[in-house]
Write a protein that binds this ligand. Structure first.
Ligand code: UDP
Ligand code: MG
Length: 318
């Protein structure tokens, strides 16, 4: 993006929220404090991802007091990536900045993000710096996930990359053209290959409430990333099949050698070894069938071409 006139830049802040009623008031105030004095035209695009705790009422009250704020309500809980997509689809600004509604993405970095876009970057990617806080299950699984995806997929995903980022209009149009149902935005944005810069930040604790990323949701995001960015699981089958083929050949040679040297009495009825091989082989076959099943399921969901999210209402009404 070429440098533009500061005063004319329109900046959309896309904020997906799911049951964040407790945190919303403060995060909104914090964002206002960070952007109010800046010489840009800001718009707040809140996406309510099917909350059932009064989030929508709080947001409607904010909309009524602040003409910069728009609320998009999804018809149900579609998940963080779909809610972000809804916000990005509604964004009409020159720059789009996405941040969480729980205060974990420091709004104080917004000016820095904008200035990097003005310098010509298309993607400013927020990266969570690991704190020295006690190791947690979430951190360990997240580290393992990034290690795995970077080993088996052709797209490199930055360790600790968050959905806290700024996109130029070009990059935003790029993501908007990718309509896949299973979405891992961090990977999709890396895949596009636009001119990117990393902006590290320290993640504060949530302002209120609990994480809305349940273990199930995290697992789904990880499998969306792995299965939609890599065919490596299918190759495990090929390699395992090959190894078993070699083992079978070795065994055949062994038995033949016993026949040739007239030592057939040494071939004992080996029930346990037979069972062992049988169980391992069928285990491997089941796992591989499972992988193929997952890919077929993904293909099935993509060919249905369902929308990524559905909108229930918009405030203010258009
Ligand atoms: N979120 C959402 N839909 C969901 C889950 C989460 O819109 O199904 C929102 C949530 O309200 C928050 C952001 O996505 O603004 C990140 O979620 P969360 O803070 O729970 O994730 P964590 O920071 O624990 O990884
Ligand atoms: Mg959070």
């Amino acid at each position: 993006m070429s440098p533009r006139q500061k005063s004319k830049l329109k900046i959309d802040l896309v904020i997906p929220v799911y049951n964040e009623a407790e945190a919303l008031g403060q995060t909104y105030a914090d964002i206002c404090r960070a952007v109010d004095a800046l010489p840009y035209d800001f718009r707040f695009l809140y996406v309510d991802d099917g909350s059932n705790d009064g989030t929508a009422d709080t947001l409607r009250a904010i909309c009524a007091n602040d003409p910069r704020v728009t609320l998009l309500q999804l018809s149900r809980n579609f998940g963080h990536q779909a809610a972000l997509t809804a916000g990005m689809d509604a964004s009409q600004g020159d720059v789009m900045i996405s941040l969480d509604g729980d205060g974990q993405h420091p709004p104080a970095l917004i000016p820095k993000m904008i200035s990097l876009i003005e310098q010509g970057y298309d993607v400013v990617q927020g990266q969570r710096i690991e704190e020295d806080r006690a190791a947690s299950f979430k951190k360990a699984t997240s580290n393992f996930f990034y290690w795995l995806i970077n080993r088996i997929s052709g797209t490199q995903v930055l360790q600790g990359a968050a959905d806290f980022r700024a996109l130029s209009r070009n990059a935003l149009n790029g993501v908007r053209s990718m309509r896949e149902y299973h979405r891992f935005l961090r990977g999709m944005i890396a895949w596009m290959g636009y001119n990117s810069v990393i902006l590290p930040y320290h993640e504060p604790e949530r302002i209120a409430g609990k994480s809305k990323y349940s273990f199930g949701k995290m697992f789904r995001l990880a499998s969306d990333a792995i299965f939609s960015f890599s065919l490596a699981p299918l190759y495990i089958g090929l390699s395992a099949g090959f190894v078993f083929f070699i083992l079978a050949g070795v065994q055949l040679l062994y038995v033949l050698s016993l026949w040739i040297t007239d030592n057939t009495q040494r071939v004992e009825p080996g029930w346990s070894s037979l069972m062992g091989v049988l169980l391992i082989a069928s285990g491997i076959i089941m796992i591989l069938l499972g992988f193929i099943g997952v890919y077929v399921g993904y293909i099935f969901q993509e060919v249905k071409r369902r929308p990524i999210y559905l909108v229930k209402g918009k405030t203010p009404d258009e």
